[in-house]
Write a protein that binds this ligand. Structure first.
Ligand code: HEC
Ligand code: HEC
Length: 335
């Protein structure tokens, strides 16, 4: 997942941070990080089990982070018997960060965690032990997960095979602590988008899928807003060396795609004959329905087109626009 992976996943966090600080300024809340604002009890139903499986194994790609992954096989699936059993982020250059075992094993996993503990971890970034979580866990995006989807996710996680896998706890080093946003309890219900509106539905899935975090480059100040979804984030690790693509509707982006091509790309991990690197979670996105993939496409058609050429088939050169090295970097010029 590359040294830069965590920075990538932080992108939205930094953007959201301004909003967080703002909203805290307006209201004084009594909640401490260990005090839940709301109480949940997720009744398991078949519908929730299915919806939960869909979100976890599809758009939210939880197990690409929460498992030891086989990077050599296309689609980067969990190693056999390791699904959801957690992993240390050594390959990402962060040996201090541990995506925990979220299978229902009672001793080494999540078997004894309550629904409230799950809810707060997923949407608010407060661990089951009250610890503030590092935002590689995309809780700043998952804040927007609807109450019903959240219930479904938890119901599904509880149905998994318990896997015994003892892991250490994350120890966030002092300098990295600066990237952890302050707790922001969710006090109101989250209804979710109007699912009959393709653009709203697509936007919701793009949020759960963390597309923005990986497809927007960062500098010292945080995500480069003027390059939102325009690619340029470099990923180096056991999966190879690759830069995220420009997925805005610009000529240098994916304006040449049509809907069928987009659906096919996210399903197969191939753009025509060109294979996509598995760090791009197509091995999970492929589980989405046509309708959902089409709504993601509909939403991406509405974002601001940004001119920024990125081509992973070319030798990396310096890019003065996103200030990293990537294929066709030298074709981009800042005004
Ligand atoms: C980009 C990687 C990534 C993705 C995607 C991801 N997680 Fe996490 N998650 C992490 C990491 C890393 C931690 C540990 C953070 C820490 O220890 O500070 C974590 C922590 C958690 C915790 C907290 C456990 C505790 O100690 O209380 C839960 C629960 C969790 N994740 C569930 C999920 C679910 C459910 C999904 C999908 C809907 C998901 N995660 C998607 C990386 C990820
Ligand atoms: C963990 C990081 C990551 C996440 C999350 C991610 N992507 Fe990607 N994506 C990449 C990288 C890296 C590439 C370049 C892969 C390559 O060229 O081999 C890529 C390539 C693509 C491409 C191919 C573009 C082309 O023609 O070259 C599309 C389309 C795409 N992503 C869409 C999405 C969408 C939509 C989402 C969210 C639902 C998403 N990505 C989430 C990292 C990510």
């Amino acid at each position: 997942m590359g040294r830069k992976r965590w920075i990538a996943e932080l992108t939205l966090v930094v953007v959201a941070l301004a909003g967080v600080i703002l909203s805290i300024g307006y209201t004084t809340r009594k909640n401490t990080p260990t005090e839940p604002a709301r109480s949940f009890n997720f009744n398991p139903t078949v519908a929730r089990l299915e919806r939960g499986r869909y979100i976890v194994e599809g758009p939210a790609h939880c197990f690409q982070c929460h498992s030891e992954v086989d990077w050599q096989n296309p689609g980067a699936q969990p190693k056999t018997g390791k699904k959801a059993a957690g992993t240390v982020f050594i390959e990402d250059g962060m040996d201090w960060l541990v995506a925990p075992n979220i299978t229902p094993d009672r001793e080494t996993g999540a078997g004894t965690w309550t629904d409230d503990q799950f809810a707060r971890a997923i949407r608010e970034g407060i661990g089951h032990d009250g610890r503030r979580l590092f935002p590689v866990m995309p809780y700043m995006n998952f804040r927007e997960m609807s109450d019903e989807d959240l219930a479904s996710v938890v119901v599904y996680l509880r149905s998994l095979n318990p896997v015994r896998n003892q892991l250490p706890k994350s120890i966030i080093p002092e300098p990295a602590k600066a990237h952890v946003p302050p707790p922001q309890p969710l006090t109101a219900s989250v209804p979710g988008p109007d699912m009959t509106d393709p653009v709203a539905r697509g936007k919701y899935l793009v949020t759960l899928g963390n597309c923005m975090s990986c497809h927007t480059p960062m500098n010292q100040q945080g995500p480069m807003k003027q390059l939102a979804l325009a690619g340029g984030m470099v990923f180096k690790g056991p999966w190879g060396d690759v830069t995220s693509a420009n997925i805005t509707p610009d000529a240098s982006g994916i304006s040449y795609y049509n809907e069928a091509m987009f659906v096919n790309t996210l399903r197969t991990g191939q753009v025509g004959a060109r294979k996509l690197n598995s760090i791009m979670p197509w091995g999970y996105f492929r589980n989405m329905t046509d309708e959902d993939l089409k709504s993601i496409y509909a939403y991406l058609r509405t974002v601001t087109p940004v001119q920024h050429r990125v081509d992973n088939t070319e030798v990396p050169t310096f890019c003065e626009v996103c200030r990293s090295h990537h294929g066709y970097g030298d074709k981009n010029h800042s005004e």
